[in-house]
Design a protein around this ligand. Structure first.
Ligand SMILES: Nc1nc2c(ncn2[C@@H]2O[C@H](COP(=O)(O)OP(=O)(O)OP(=O)(O)O)[C@@H](O)[C@H]2O)c(=O)[nH]1
Ligand SMILES: [Mg+2]
Length: 589
């Protein structure tokens, strides 16, 4: 391959990788993790860090691989970071102090020739550029100084283990945007937990790191640096150079003597002067960051998967509660339950008890006349049956809507995620809706009306149409309701006829006398299905109050695959790139 062809191919690969990382950024940014499952807070933070690192560092670095190397000075508060930066530059460019923490706003020092690389929001686009000293954590102060070599910039960061949360997040974000960490610790702090958490992450991601053991008494330097070097080896940072800066007197300006930072300074100068070495450092950190992003995406995908599973579980809880309510109302409205109490009493008042039962075997024509006569003669009794049916059904439906709401709430309350959803909903989901009773009333009346229509239609082609329409529809539709209410109950015959069974039997016989037994079965099935349908609509509206809460979260199973695909794609391109990685990518002294 010619040089030109190789360059073109490399550019294509970069474009592809940039696109893949852009897709990864999209997938990470859009994944919804609203449910409070254990560990989610950590995953949300990780996701935010990953998106930030892609925007702050990985994408801009890939697009401008020749940009100056950015060395970020990080570490504990008071370790001497700002003092080190000032001493390297040779003048006070960043504030030092005795009050902890001192640095709150990052200061980036670059060679004047490199100003364009940093003045534009290429890296760290979230930080507003300024050239004045500022305490604003959302600003990045730029300082041009010729003592910093071209091709390398130094950034003084806030402390990583601050009591100030903003400092900590800013510091880790800045380190995530570094090509090279200048990690400052001190004789007093070098075995602290937080710095080592950072260093472990750096080792895992093969971030280029140089360690500065600062503020160490000259007589202790040998011993402490030996110990620290061993710790570095043990923790996977064997190749990181270690510099010692002894605790000396600082000048009135707050600077250390030039000789104290000479070693570190000349190492940085050498790095800046050697384009190959510099590129190797950049590639090492960049490749490590990309590899780690792809890997960590699988953790986020797993977290997204858990969100989906939890949302499914919460949905299933609600469905179970309301499906059960629909089933229970359907059962109770057909198994004779409703024929006890008021409905039965009013029905018997309407049809009369013993007399009719005794004459059930009488001629059909006679019965039909009786129906007509009842309806004509007892309009008030008919109305009372209607009212009793209405209130019996309403109570039944309301009871089950209440208990479904309670059951759904209880199962949500049993997990933290559900508990928080209930609290955040701002509604009392554990009770039926306030207007439920009204809606149930309407639904029952509509059903009764529907039954009336059913009977009217069925009677329309009967021989007795005129009389039937005039007098019989009301009584027969009540009979049909009674038959529905007993449609799954075994109707006893003969001697065992009970009170409720008897009531239903009368209704059935009356209807059969008018319409024939097949039609009665069909009408009862239709009326029952209609009631089930109306109850389902009512309960579904109640169920929706819960499901709306879940839907609003936009937990999407597509997120999981999107994340995995994006990660796999980045990995496959990374694999293709590997061949071009420098053999000795690690920083060596
Ligand atoms: N005597 C002496 N004092 C030092 C040395 N290095 C730093 N100091 C002092 O230690 C204090 C803290 O130093 P800074 O450079 O502000 O520390 P820092 O790491 O930037 O701290 P934060 O900005 O809070 O994260 C200041 O008062 C410095 O003057 C040193 O080598 N010798
Ligand atoms: Mg500082």
């Amino acid at each position: 391959m010619s040089d030109a062809a190789a360059t073109a191919a490399a550019a294509d690969r970069t474009t592809e990788l940039v696109d893949a990382l852009g897709a990864l950024r999209e997938a990470l940014a859009r994944v919804a993790m609203p449910l409070d499952v254990p560990g989610v807070e950590e995953h949300r933070t990780t996701r935010a860090e990953m998106v930030a690192q892609l925007e702050d560092y990985v994408l801009p670095r890939l697009l401008q691989i020749d940009a100056p190397l950015l060395a970020v000075v990080g570490g504990s508060t008071g370790a001497g970071k700002s003092t080190l930066v000032n001493s390297l530059v040779g003048r006070r460019v960043t504030e030092t102090g005795v009050l902890r923490p001192t640095t709150r706003s990052p200061v980036l020092v670059h060679n004047p020739a490199d100003v364009d690389w940093f003045a534009k929001e290429r890296i760290l686009p979230g930080l507003a550029r300024t050239t004045a000293a500022t305490g604003d954590p959302d600003a990045l102060q730029l300082v041009a100084d010729a003592s910093v070599p071209e091709g390398l910039a130094i950034l003084d960061a806030p402390d990583i283990d601050s009591v100030e949360r903003r400092n900590r997040t800013l510091a880790s974000g800045l380190l995530a945007a570094a090509d090279l960490w200048l990690f400052v610790t001190s004789a007093a702090r070098y075995a602290d937990q937080v710095p080592w958490d950072f260093l472990r992450a750096a080792a895992e991601r093969s971030t280029a790191v140089a360690i500065v053991l600062d503020r160490t008494a000259p007589e202790a330097v040998q011993e402490v640096s030996t110990h620290l070097a061993r710790m570095l080896v043990d923790r996977g940072l064997r190749d990181s150079p270690l510099f010692a800066v002894t605790e000396g007197t600082v000048s009135d300006e707050g600077l250390l003597g030039p000789e104290q930072v000479a070693e570190i300074g000349s190492w940085l100068d050498t790095l800046a002067a050697d384009a190959t070495k510099r590129a190797a450092v950049v590639r090492q950190t960049l490749d490590g960051a990309i590899r780690s992003l792809a890997r960590r995406t699988h953790d986020i995908a797993a977290a997204a998967q858990e969100q989906v599973a939890t949302a499914d579980r919460l949905r299933a809880d609600v469905d179970r509660a309301y499906d059960e309510a629909i089933r229970a109302v359907d059962d109770a409205s057909a198994d004779g339950t409703l024929l006890r109490g008021e409905v039965l009493a009013r029905w018997q008042e309407f049809v009369g008890t013993g007399e009719l039962l005794r004459t059930l075997e009488t001629k059909v024509g006679w019965l039909r006349d009786r129906v007509v006569n009842w309806a004509r003669g007892k309009p008030q009794q008919a109305e009372r049956v209607t009212v009793a049916v209405e209130s019996g059904l309403e109570t039944l439906i309301l009871e089950h809507a209440e208990s479904a709401a309670e059951r759904a709430e209880a199962s949500w309350r049993s997990v933290t995620a559900g508990q928080h959803l209930l609290e955040d909903s701002g509604r009392d989901l554990g009770r039926a809706s306030r207007d439920f009773r009204g809606r149930a009333e309407r639904a029952v009346r509509d059903w009764q009306h529907g039954v009336l229509e059913l009977v009217r239609d069925e009677g329309a082609d009967k021989r007795t149409t005129a009389r039937f329409l005039a007098f019989g529809v009301n009584g027969l539709s009540l009979a049909l309701m009674v038959v529905v209410f007993a449609s799954t109950a075994a109707i006893p015959t003969g001697a065992e006829v009970g009170v409720a069974g008897g009531g239903a039997l009368i209704g059935q016989k009356l209807l059969e006398a008018v319409f024939g037994d097949q039609a009665v079965r069909r009408l009862a099935a239709l009326a029952r299905a209609d009631l089930r349908e109306r109850v389902t609509v009512l309960m579904d509206a109640e169920r929706a109050r819960y499901l709306d809460v879940l839907d609003a979260l936009a937990v999407d199973s597509g997120d999981v695959e999107r994340l995995r695909d994006a990660s796999r794609h980045v990995d496959s391109l990374r694999g293709a790139e590997k061949v071009h990685r420098p053999q000795h990518g690690r920083v060596t002294r």
